[in-house]
Design a protein around this ligand. Sequence first.
Ligand code: IDP
Ligand code: MG
Length: 135
Amino acid sequence: MSQRTLVLLKPDTVRRGLVGEVLSRFEAKGLSLVAMELRTIDADQADRHYAEHVERDFYPPLRDFVTSGPLVAMVVEGDEAIEVVRALNGATDGRKAAPGTIRGDLSLSNRENLVHGSDSPESAEREIGLWFPSL
Ligand code: IDP
Ligand code: MG
């Protein structure tokens, strides 16, 4: 079943010069790009995106991080794209993520873990509407 999902290449990916490396993994997997934009977000957009986490202890530094510089927001499409993207991303904590995954190969952090992928069809619909309202 073809799906769309929201992917963020977080500010650490841009800062570290890893946009090409990370994007190439999604492309090589066979996912299609539907939309892509370099964007610097404010705290309100961060709060909307991470609405489920705003009360968590880890959220204030996460908000600082995701607003700290440009990120790449994109919508990708393909067969079971939501689950496929999260498998490519790997576990949240880069220190524990499996080798072969984006986080497992390229991140040593629980916060600065390079990528975001929507976690369900409901999240994907909400997040695509938030980031790319014209889609
Ligand atoms: P996910 O990105 O794998 O879906 P979530 O649990 O939804 O992970 O958390 C959202 C983001 O918040 C993570 O990608 C990471 O950047 C950050 N985060 C999650 N848990 C922690 C933590 O315990 N410490 C610091 N940052 C965290
Ligand atoms: Mg999540």
